[in-house]
Design a protein around this ligand. Structure first.
Ligand code: AMP
Length: 116
């Protein structure tokens, strides 16, 4: 079978390097290569899921794990006390550029609202 062309699948399977901060069989978290805040970590499922809207009824456990790991990495990064943001861009209008589900954990500065 040909290797997946998905860049986040490659990171999830350790085929290309990333600054990984968390890894288990289901979930991987790593620093965003182009950080938009002092802390910018991406939390992804190991399994290739195109985006949040592609989560199915059997994925509620995985969705919960992604949120739990987002909280853990935010705590580890020291941004929970002052507050942080969890962002999921979905599809073209949502601004998603990598078609593998990922949660952005952003913090370490005052974040603007509304987003662009
Ligand atoms: P989105 O626009 O919501 O799909 O977010 C994709 C994110 O992935 C962007 O913030 C990119 O900077 C980030 N990104 C793309 N390639 C890599 C990579 N190889 N390692 C870490 N982050 C990446």
């Amino acid at each position: 079978m040909p290797a997946s062309p998905c860049i986040f699948c490659k990171i999830a399977h350790g085929e290309i390097p990333a600054r990984t901060v968390y890894r288990d069989d289901e979930v991987v978290a790593f620093h965003d290569v182009s950080p938009q805040a002092p802390v910018h970590i991406l939390v992804i499922p190991v399994r290739h899921i195109v985006g949040m809207s592609a989560l199915g009824p059997d994925d509620t456990g995985l969705a919960g794990r992604l949120v739990q790991v987002a909280n853990e990495v935010a705590r580890e990064a020291g941004i929970v006390a002052n507050g942080f943001r969890l962002v999921v861009n979905d599809g073209a209008d949502g601004g998603q550029s990598v078609p593998h589900l990922h949660f952005h954990v952003l913090g370490g500065r005052q974040l603007g609202w509304p987003p662009g």
